[in-house]
Design a protein around this ligand. Structure first.
Ligand code: NAP
Length: 463
């Protein structure tokens, strides 16, 4: 079902029919036709269109914010901030993108050679609902500046956001076919990947979806970037500013109603400061205001769908059944809407889901460890490797932890967050490839060697 269901009330807001096979065919053909003209368009012109998209995101932040809140329940304040972040992402790629794909001259005596960065063609983006604008824009802005055309298969619960994004790039001046939405369910993704008019795939979503998309893309030899789940550690060392760490920990766990891949999920605290941290953290989690995401005073809104809330509660129940202790929360909030009480679990045994699984909601797993070496071992004791946050008053210790923790990013005395200037992505089951910065733009290009041998210069006979 492709539908907007308000997570705060459970009410159906709008339903959409999937695009028919003929409509998908028409859109693939439009993408193919647009690709040649778009790649021939000067990069400055492509960048100007992405900049114009950024201006619209800035100007219409309130409207876009309301749409996000209505469809997936994030607080309006954070939804408006998301639109602003998208605007800055567009500005970043409009300004710097052209230089990221400027040819690199490789000097050799007697010849002139270079590496060029040319578009691949059409890139399919399979995207999740949790940051329904930012996930798409952080793919689309670099892809479009790079000369690729985009096909968006958005999550089935955010169709209005998907259509608004198509409309956004059209209004920004992108020619027909350069950025299109495909309203299709996940069962039809493989057929699109297999289509010869599609050249690469980027997926942000769950591990299961990543495996499926990568397997299909592998069969068809198409490049993939995968941004998958995480169970990020938040390590608190004995020298940390515990009060500050506990304050940030609450935001790091409950941002986006707890539904962020890079939300801190496992709080690993050394024995010396465990009791102090736990008391502060639990009190702050208890004080959070859960309610209507449209209200400014709300800290935590509903989860995006009823199924997501039920799955989260099942993980909590299974963890408690295995021996975990509920320090606060631990249950659904009765009534309409998909609300879940901010929760902290302690004394978690190794076989409980809360030990290593991703809990996609406002539920924190708290662990006591004897020392920093054990904290690192526990931080790495997961199949995921997306982000990590470490808290210490000792700079050398921070550097050591940054090196020893197996993750795509480590933040020292700060909360993990994406930033257009820095690479973003994971290792292990959190995926591969990078978004953002020059790295993100260069994922979907043909890095082409061009060498010239003027005046019949002789070429050494090596491969
Ligand atoms: P999801 O179920 O994997 O859905 C993500 C997208 O993949 C949706 O468009 C979905 O379509 C599609 N999809 C699902 N199964 C598929 C399949 N077998 N083949 C092709 N497409 C498929 O994930 P979610 O529940 O929406 O999002 C939460 C997950 O995303 C969490 O694990 C979170 O950590 C991860 N995430 C990662 C990042 C990152 O940057 N690393 C960022 C945000 C979220 P339908 O909606 O039609 O099913």
């Amino acid at each position: 079902m492709i539908a907007s269901v308000n997570p705060a009330t459970g009410e159906m807001v709008a339903e959409f029919g999937e695009h028919s096979p003929e409509e998908v065919e028409r859109r693939l053909e439009l993408a193919r036709a647009a690709s040649a003209g778009w790649r021939a368009t000067p990069v400055e012109q492509r960048a100007a269109i992405v900049a114009a998209a950024g201006e619209l995101l800035e100007a219409e932040q309130e409207r876009f914010g309301r749409l996000m809140t209505l469809e997936m329940g994030k607080t309006l304040t954070s939804a408006i901030a998301e639109s602003q972040k998208c605007a800055s992402g567009c500005r970043y790629y409009a300004e710097h993108g052209p230089s990221f794909i400027a040819p690199e001259v490789i000097a050799q005596s007697g010849e002139r050679g270079e590496a060029r960065f040319e578009p691949l063609g059409a890139v399919l983006a399979v995207m999740p609902w949790n940051f329904p604008f930012w996930q798409v824009v952080r793919f689309a802005a670099p892809a479009l500046v790079g000369g690729n055309v985009g096909l968006l298969k958005h999550a089935s619960n955010v169709p209005q956001c998907a259509l608004a994004l198509e409309d956004l790039f059209r209004r920004a001046g992108a020619p027909e076919g350069v950025f299109q939405t495909l309203l299709i369910g996940s069962g039809r993704v493989d057929a699109v990947i297999a289509d010869p008019r599609v050249h690469a795939v980027t997926l942000t979503g769950s591990e299961a979806a990543g495996r499926s998309v990568a397997a299909c893309a592998g069969r068809h030899l198409k490049k993939t970037v995968l941004e998958l789940g995480g169970s990020d550690p938040f390590v608190v060392c004995a020298t940390a500013d515990v009060a500050r760490a506990a304050e940030v920990a609450v935001t790091a766990r409950t941002i986006n109603n707890g539904q962020s891949c890079i939300a801190a999920k496992r709080f690993i605290v050394v024995d010396d400061v465990y009791d102090d941290f736990a008391a502060r953290f639990v009190e702050r989690m208890r004080a959070l205001r859960v309610g209507d995401p449209m209200e400014k005073s709300t800290d935590v809104g509903p989860l995006a769908t009823r199924a997501i809330r039920d799955e989260l509660h099942e993980q909590v129940r299974a963890s408690v059944a295995a021996g975990a202790r509920v320090l606060v929360g631990g249950d659904v909030v009765a009534g309409a809407g998909n609300y879940y009480a901010p929760t902290v679990l302690g004394d978690i045994p190794r076989d409980a889901p809360a030990w290593s699984q991703e809990l996609f909601g406002p539920v924190a797993s708290l662990f006591r460890v004897p020392d920093v070496a054990s904290a690192v071992a526990q931080a790495n004791d997961t199949s995921f490797g997306l982000g990590a946050s470490v808290w210490t008053g000792d700079a050398a210790e921070g550097e050591r932890l940054a090196q020893e923790i197996d993750a795509g990013s480590v933040f020292i005395n700060g909360m993990v967050a994406s930033d257009p200037r820095f690479p973003f992505g994971g290792v292990k089951a959190s995926g591969y490839g990078r978004e953002l910065g020059p790295w993100g733009l260069r994922e979907f290009v043909n890095i082409k060697t061009v060498r010239r041998f003027p005046g019949g210069a002789r070429q050494a006979p090596v491969e």
